[in-house]
Design a binder for this molecule. Structure first.
Ligand SMILES: Nc1ccn([C@@H]2O[C@H](COP(=O)(O)OP(=O)(O)OP(=O)(O)O)[C@@H](O)[C@H]2O)c(=O)n1
Ligand SMILES: C[C@](O)(CO)[C@H](O)COP(=O)(O)O
Length: 239
C-alpha cells in the first residue's frame, strides 16, 4: 500500500499504552483502572476509538504482570466488538510499550497504514478529536499529533532565578499521535531517549503536524487531575 500513488487509502489502528504504574497518582491501582463516571479510565479511551468506524483495530498494551485487566473484561459487553485486543507486552518505559505493541501487531499492519497512539490516562478523548486528527493528518507522511497552544506566560526556573521565555510557537503535546506504522516502528527502534512518538519521528528529521486538541483531553497525572478531567468530561466540551 503506498500513499504516493493516490490510489489507496491507509487503514487506521489505535494503540493504547496502558502498562504504566501511575506512581504520581499515589493510588493503590494504576490510574488507567481508576473509576471515572462509572467506568475505568482506560475504557473511556477504548470507547472513543470504537465510536469511529474508520478505526479498524484497538490494541491495548498492558504490563505482563497486570492484575487489573479483568475489571475491563468483566464490565464491558463491548468486548464483543472484534476490533479490541489486549496485549501483555508492556515495557519498562512508554516507548518500549508502544514499540512492543507495534512489533506484536506488525503482521496485521501494512507499512503505510496509520497507527494512533493514545495514552490510557487521557479518558476525555472524543470521536470528534480523533476524526479531527485523522482528517488533517491522514495523507501526511510525517504524521501529526493533537496538541494545545500555550496560552499562559511561560517561566523557566533555574536554582533561585526565574526568567520569562516567549510562548510564541509553543504547544503542549497531547495524544493521539498518528504516524505511518513502519515509520513509527523504525523511529522508536532507533531513538531511545524520547518522551513521545513525535519526538522519535522528529529525530528522524521529519516534521509532524500539530492539530489543535482540547483541554478535555488532559492527561490524568496527579491526584487532582481526576476531578478536573471528570468535570471537563461532564461539561461535554471539546466536541
Ligand atoms: N512503561 C510504561 C509507562 C507508561 N505507559 C503509559 O503511558 C501513558 C502516559 O504515561 P504517564 O502519564 O507517565 O503514566 P505512568 O508512567 O503510569 O505515570 P507515572 O509517570 O506517574 O508513573 C499512560 O497511559 C501509561 O499507562 C506505558 O504504557 N508503559
Ligand atoms: C505522550 C504525552 O502524553 C505527551 O504529552 C506525555 O509525554 C506522556 O506522559 P509521560 O509522563 O511523558 O509519559
Amino acid at each position: 500500500m503506498s500513499l504516493n500513488t493516490g490510489d489507496t487509502v491507509p487503514r487506521f489502528f489505535a494503540l493504547i499504552p496502558a502498562a504504566g504504574v501511575g506512581s504520581r497518582m499515589k493510588t493503590s491501582c494504576p490510574k488507567q483502572y481508576l473509576e471515572l463516571l462509572g467506568k475505568p479510565v482506560l475504557w473511556h479511551c477504548v470507547e472513543a476509538f470504537l465510536a469511529c468506524e474508520e478505526i479498524g483495530r484497538v490494541c491495548v498494551v498492558v504490563s505482563p504482570t497486570d492484575i487489573w485487566l479483568d475489571r475491563i473484561r468483566a464490565l464491558h459487553p463491548l468486548l464483543d466488538d472484534g476490533r479490541v485486543c489486549f496485549l501483555r507486552c508492556g515495557g519498562m518505559t512508554r516507548r518500549e510499550t508502544v514499540l512492543n505493541g507495534l512489533d506484536a501487531m506488525c503482521h496485521e499492519w501494512a507499512p503505510d497504514d496509520r497507527v494512533l497512539v493514545h495514552d490510557a490516562a487521557r479518558p476525555g478523548l472524543t470521536p470528534e478529536l480523533i476524526r479531527r486528527l485523522v482528517d488533517t493528518v491522514a495523507v501526511s507522511p510525517d504524521g501529526g499529533i493533537l496538541a494545545l497552544p500555550v496560552a499562559d506566560t511561560v517561566k523557566r526556573r533555574k536554582d533561585d532565578r526565574v526568567e520569562t521565555i516567549s510562548r510564541e510557537g509553543l504547544w503542549l503535546a497531547q495524544t493521539p499521535q498518528m504516524f505511518p506504522c513502519a515509520l513509527l516502528r523504525e523511529a522508536l527502534a532507533r531513538y531511545e531517549q524520547v518522551t513521545d512518538e513525535a519526538g522519535a519521528v522528529e529525530a528522524m528529521g521529519m516534521n509532524p503536524l500539530l492539530v489543535e486538541g482540547h483541554l478535555c483531553n488532559t492527561k490524568i497525572t496527579c491526584p487532582s487531575d481526576l476531578a478536573l478531567v471528570e468535570m471537563l468530561m461532564k461539561a461535554g466540551k471539546g466536541r
